[in-house]
Design a binder for this molecule. Structure first.
Ligand SMILES: NC(=O)C1=CN([C@@H]2O[C@H](COP(=O)(O)OP(=O)(O)OC[C@H]3O[C@@H](n4cnc5c(N)ncnc54)[C@H](O)[C@@H]3O)[C@@H](O)[C@H]2O)C=CC1
Ligand SMILES: O=C(CO)COP(=O)(O)O
Length: 333
């Protein structure tokens, strides 16, 4: 039986622990707070994040990173992107050598512009052929109630991707393997920023034409950045690109989308941060994405506008006007 260690007991870490257990793994979930680990062991429920999910008996929890990692055949990381480096510094040394390390995270690091797989290599000392990215249209609340969904499992070593895919395949969760790590990660990180923009439009009262326009032009921005960074364009047309973009931009379950809606309704960034209890990665990743684009000479006007709003340099009502007033051009450019 595969023994999996899942670091991060928030929404996605908890839901994915349940997927792994349903796929036949024995799972240890690491929680930062001892009381969360104790409550999960006593009740089989992570009440703060997914109160309706009763975790299978093969999921247990611990507050101790060393015992979570001990003997793991598979390590899964599901913590906020901006805290990954500090966490690896704290407990990365406990990670077993040789086991695949799977990133469920969808962000770009502030200050470095690195993708999470790069941070895992750099700060965790994990070789590239052991770093796996799992991404797709995977809203945790839907996965937790076992609604059918699919994802991409990407690793430079296809055998490792296949091993991880096998460990998480269930009747309701269908993994597809990939070797395009860059594309899988970019799709996941940029769609959060586009979902903020779609949410803003929705909050301002705009309808489906506006939202579809933002989604489609957002995909064009993602594709341009992907091309500059060496992603396979086909990946961005797949589950980790278009698939996740649609789910996140259209669903009221998305935290990034909801964050944008609140901004569009006129709340300040500080007010929305105060009422957002879970991680909306796009809010911190938009800046690094725009910097990455600038470094590579890529035009990303929606992402740049979202960043200006999030950094309180632009009023949300100005964003649409500015985007619509840009010089007319060929659709492909
Ligand atoms: N929730 C979802 O539907 C999905 C989330 N993701 C990605 O998974 C990652 C994790 O997101 P969620 O589980 O949704 O977030 P969450 O906000 O639900 O949970 C985050 C977890 O990390 C812990 N945490 C917070 N700050 C921390 C720190 N400084 N150090 C260590 N742990 C810390 C929290 O206590 C919590 O257990 C994000 O990158 C997100 O984009 C990806 C797919 C689906
Ligand atoms: O990544 C997600 C779905 O695939 C979750 O989106 P949010 O982080 O916006 O909730």
């Amino acid at each position: 039986m595969t023994r999996a260690a899942v670091f991060g007991s928030g929404s996605w870490g908890t839901a994915f622990a349940s997927v792994l257990a349903d796929a036949g793994c024995s799972v240890v979930l690491h929680a930062r707070r001892r009381e969360v680990a104790d409550a999960i062991n006593e009740t089989h429920v992570n009440a703060g994040y997914l109160p309706d999910l009763v975790l299978p008996d093969s999921v247990s929890a611990t507050h101790d990173p060393a015992s979570a990692a001990d003997g793991a055949d598979l390590v899964v990381l599901a913590i906020p992107s901006q805290s990954l480096r500090a966490n690896l510094g704290e407990w990365g040394a406990h990670l077993p050598t040789g086991a695949p390390v799977v990133s469920l995270m969808k962000g770009i690091e502030l200050g470095t512009g690195l993708r999470m797989s790069q941070v895992i290599q750099e700060a965790g000392g994990v070789e590239a052929d052991r770093v796996v990215v799992l991404s797709g249209p995977n809203l945790s609340k839907e996965i937790a109630v076992r609604q059918p969904a699919a994802a991409v499992v990407a690793c430079s070593a296809i055998r490792t991707a296949e091993q991880v895919a096998q460990a998480c395949a269930t009747a309701y969760f269908r993994p597809y393997t990939q070797t395009d790590v860059v594309g899988a990660e970019l799709g996941g990180a940029v769609k959060n920023v586009i979902a903020l923009a779609v949410g803003m439009a929705e909050g301002m009262g705009y309808g489906d034409n506006t939202k579809s326009t933002i989604i489609t032009r957002g995909l064009a921005e993602t594709a341009r950045l992907g091309a500059a960074l060496g992603a396979d364009p086909a990946t961005l047309m797949g589950l980790a690109g278009v698939g996740d973009l649609i789910a996140t931009c259209m669903s009221p379950l998305s935290r990034n989308h909801s964050f944008g809606v609140n901004l569009g309704r006129g709340l300040s960034v500080e007010e929305v941060v105060a009422i957002t209890l879970q991680t909306a990665e796009g809010v911190k990743s938009c800046g690094p994405i725009v910097e990455l684009a600038a470094t590579h000479g890529v035009d990303m006007p929606i992402c740049a506008g979202v960043t200006a709003v999030v950094e309180s340099r632009m009023d949300v009502r100005q964003l649409g006007d500015e985007l619509m007033a840009r010089p007319h051009k060929h659709e492909r450019h």
